[in-house]
Write a protein that binds this ligand. Structure first.
Ligand SMILES: Nc1ncnc2c1ncn2[C@@H]1O[C@H](COP(=O)(O)OP(=O)(O)OP(=O)(O)O)[C@@H](O)[C@H]1O
Length: 282
C-alpha cells in the first residue's frame, strides 16, 4: 500500500526534479579545544540524489556526526559548502526541508508522544485540527496509536525512537537526517526498527532522501542505496559503494549473501585505512 505522508504545504516552493537533495562540497572542520586542535573533516564531497538513501560509515570518532550536524546547520564548516535542494542549511531548516533524528530520541519529557510529534507542526503554524489529524496518522503509521498519551519515560526505547522518527517525518520533509538512530537499542529492537524504516521508506510518496550515520556496516548496507566510507580522522571519503540489493527491501535481506559480500568489502576498505595508520607508526 502506498501512503502519502506528504501533506500539500501551501508555502513550500516546488522542488526541481533533477536537483540533488544534499550537496556537500569541500567541507572541512577543525574543533579548537583547550588541549589543541581536533581536525575532524578534511575536505568532504558527497552528493545525495532526491529519494536516495546514503549511509555514512567510518571509524569511531572520525567525524560522521560532525558532518551530519553541518548538513543540519547545527555546526558551521570552516571551508566548503552545503546545500539542501539548493538552499543553505539555515534556510532549509526555515523551509522545513529536512527532519532529523538522533541516537537518543531527544523527546521533550513533559510532552506526551502525540505532543512531541506535534511539535514541528506547531512551530510551522498548523491549525489545531489539521495538527491533530496529522499526528494521529503518523502515530498510527508507526504503530503508536495506543501510546499517544504516554510520556517519553513511559515508552520503551524502541517506542521512543518511533516517536522521534514520526516527529522527524511530521512535515513530510524531502530530506531525513538520521544520526545513529537505532544504536542505543537492543539488537532485536534494532532489527525490528530497521525493518520498519525500510517499510516506511518504501511507502512514503515521494520518498525522502536520507543521510544516515551509522557505525554498523550491515545496517548501512541493508538500508542504503549507497554507502560512503570515511577514513580515520581527519575524515575524507575513502570509497563509495553502491548497494545493488533489490528494492523493495525487507529486513530479512540481512541474511542475503550479497549483503554479506558488500559488508566484507566495506570492512576491507576500513581495515586498509587502519593498517596504513599502523604502518605509519602512529
Ligand atoms: N564540539 C566539539 N568540540 C571539540 N571536539 C569535538 C566536538 N564535537 C566533536 N569533536 C571531536 O571531533 C571528532 C569527530 O567527532 P564526531 O562525533 O563527529 O565523530 P563520529 O564519527 O560521529 O564518532 P562516533 O562514531 O564515535 O559517534 C572527535 O574526535 C570528537 O571528539
Amino acid at each position: 500500500m502506498l501512503i502519502t505522508l506528504a501533506e500539500p504545504a501551501t508555502d513550500q516552493p516546488v522542488v526541481k526534479p533533477l536537483q540533488p537533495a544534499i550537496e556537500i562540497h569541500g567541507v572541512t572542520k577543525c574543533y579548537r579545544t583547550r588541549t589543541g586542535d581536533v581536525q575532524a573533516l578534511a575536505g568532504i564531497d558527497v552528493v545525495v540524489a532526491a529519494g536516495e538513501v546514503v549511509a555514512l560509515v567510518g571509524p569511531s570518532g572520525c567525524g560522521k556526526s560532525t558532518l551530519l550536524r553541518i548538513v543540519a546547520g547545527l555546526e558551521q564548516p570552516d571551508t566548503g559548502d552545503v546545500r539542501l535542494f539548493g538552499l543553505a542549511p539555515a534556510q532549509a531548516r526555515r523551509e522545513h526541508r529536512f527532519g532529523i533524528a538522533f541516537q537518543a530520541a531527544a523527546l521533550l519529557e513533559w510532552r506526551d508522544a502525540a505532543a512531541n510529534v506535534a511539535l514541528p507542526l506547531e512551530l510551522a503554524g498548523w491549525p489545531p485540527a489539521a495538527r491533530a489529524e496529522r499526528v494521529a496518522a503518523l502515530l498510527a503509521r508507526m504503530g503508536l496509536s495506543d501510546a499517544a498519551g504516554r510520556l517519553p519515560r513511559q515508552l520503551s526505547g524502541g517506542m521512543q525512537q518511533r516517536v522521534a522518527l514520526a516527529r522527524a517525518l511530521a512535515l513530510a520533509p524531502p530530506v531525513l537526517l538520521l544520526d545513529e538512530p537505532f544504536s542505543a537499542l537492543d539488537e532485536l529492537t534494532r532489527e525490528q526498527l530497521q525493518g520498519e524504516l525500510l517499510d516506511l521508506l518504501a511507502t512514503i510518496e515521494p520518498r525522502p532522501a536520507v543521510l544516515l550515520v551509522t557505525h554498523n556496516l550491515a545496517e548501512a548496507v541493508l538500508l542504503a542505496d549507497r554507502v560512503v566510507v570515511l577514513s580515520r580522522r581527519p575524515a575524507r571519503v575513502l570509497a563509495e559503494v553502491v548497494v545493488d540489493l533489490p528494492h523493495p527491501r525487507r529486513a530479512d535481506a540481512r541474511d542475503d549473501e550479497q549483503l554479506h559480500r558488500l559488508v566484507a568489502r566495506l570492512r576491507t576498505v576500513l581495515r586498509r585505512d587502519q593498517d596504513e595508520v599502523m604502518g605509519s607508526g602512529e
